[in-house]
Design a protein around this ligand. Structure first.
Ligand code: GTR
Length: 335
């Protein structure tokens, strides 16, 4: 193949995101059919380059390349370059994005079962969270993605979500009343925040900063690394660690792309994803501590409110979603 043609096909492959790049690198069109195909996987994350989830995807890319002598490559597009979270999930279903790191909260519109992870105060602590994700429930929910053209490769840590606000700290459920709070594009989150008497406003992650600035919203909720890296602290000076939800991040893959891989390559991809999890968890703990320190240094007033009033106010959520009753009982039974 001529060099110019080779480059075109590589670039096209990159654009398609899903392409199996026969014809790139060492393979050639005359290669015997037994020769393994070169593969380029396009991966997305809406967090910035140095964020734990993005770093972990890059680690996964490194493992893939190392373990296949560069035959399987994964290109990570950070910072939401490939689109908002919800659209990026659609693109993953279509195969335009091969691998995507998303919050399980917006996944609820695609795979309703995933919504259970957005229920408030579901996990007792981080230990319980990981036992559930690594156990039968976590595995079953990853598997359920397959009904929707996705393959679940694993979970990453995302800590706990808490409120940050412009005008008035939310230290009790009562404080949330009347405040316009941005939420992810998830019906469960809308219900959760409304059940506190606040007014939930769903919007994309990338729009929150200007929403806060212009006053469309009074606050939002997220984990310390997100509050820090989005610079929302420039507008919001109150952060109250009520930790109302621990929503895992998921590494998802396009089933369309997955089905083009040989069983052997599927194993390599699944293993690289699994091996990147420990790395993410370690970075997560460090980055969370760093974020809290940086937020304080920027003058954010961080409080640790008593969680009881929040728990009480959101309790009706558990009646509202009877479809999760069984799985919630299974989660609670995990010791
Ligand atoms: C973060 C998550 C992002 C995005 C964001 C949000 O914690 O890592 O993928 O879901 O929350 O609130 O939109």
């Amino acid at each position: 193949m001529k060099k110019s043609k080779l480059i075109t096909s590589c670039v096209l492959g990159l654009f398609m995101g899903t392409a199996l790049l026969t014809g790139c690198g060492s393979s050639s069109s005359k290669a015997p059919s037994t020769e393994k195909k070169e593969i380029l996987l396009k991966a997305a994350d809406n967090q910035p380059e140095d964020y734990p989830t993005t770093m972990a995807l890059k680690e996964m890319a490194r493992l893939l390349s190392d373990r296949t002598q560069g035959r399987i490559k994964m290109q990570v597009y950070a910072g939401g370059q490939l689109g908002g979270e919800k659209e990026s999930i659609e693109m993953t279903q279509m195969g335009t994005i091969a691998i995507n790191r998303v919050s399980t909260a917006p996944l609820v519109s695609f795979v309703p079962k995933m919504g259970v992870f957005s229920m408030p105060f579901l996990f007792r602590d981080s230990d319980h969270f990981w036992k559930v994700l690594d156990g039968a429930v976590g595995k079953d929910l990853l598997k359920s993605l397959e009904t929707n053209n996705l393959v679940g490769l694993g979970y990453y840590d995302s800590g706990a979500r808490s409120f940050y606000t412009k005008g008035k700290a939310i230290n009790t459920a009562e404080d949330a009343k009347g405040q316009k709070i941005r939420v992810q594009q998830s019906k469960i989150f809308v219900d959760l925040i409304n059940s506190l008497g606040a007014s939930a406003t769903p919007m994309g992650y990338g729009e929150v900063y200007s929403g806060l600035q212009t006053g469309i919203i009074d606050g939002a909720e997220n984990n310390p690394p997100s509050f820090w890296t989005t610079k929302h602290y420039e507008v919001c000076k109150f952060y109250s660690l009520d930790e109302h939800a621990m929503v895992p991040e998921a590494i998802i893959m396009s089933k369309k792309v997955w089905d083009t891989l040989s069983p052997e390559d599927q194993k390599i991809v699944a293993q690289a994803a699994a091996d990147s999890v420990g790395y993410e968890k370690k970075l997560w703990t460090e980055f969370t501590e760093k974020s809290l320190k940086e937020l304080e240094a920027k003058g954010v007033i961080i409080s640790k409110p008593d969680k009881e009033s929040f728990r009480k106010a959101v309790a009706p959520m558990y009646e509202k979603y009877p479809e999760y009753k069984e799985v919630i009982a299974q989660i609670q039974a995990v010791k």
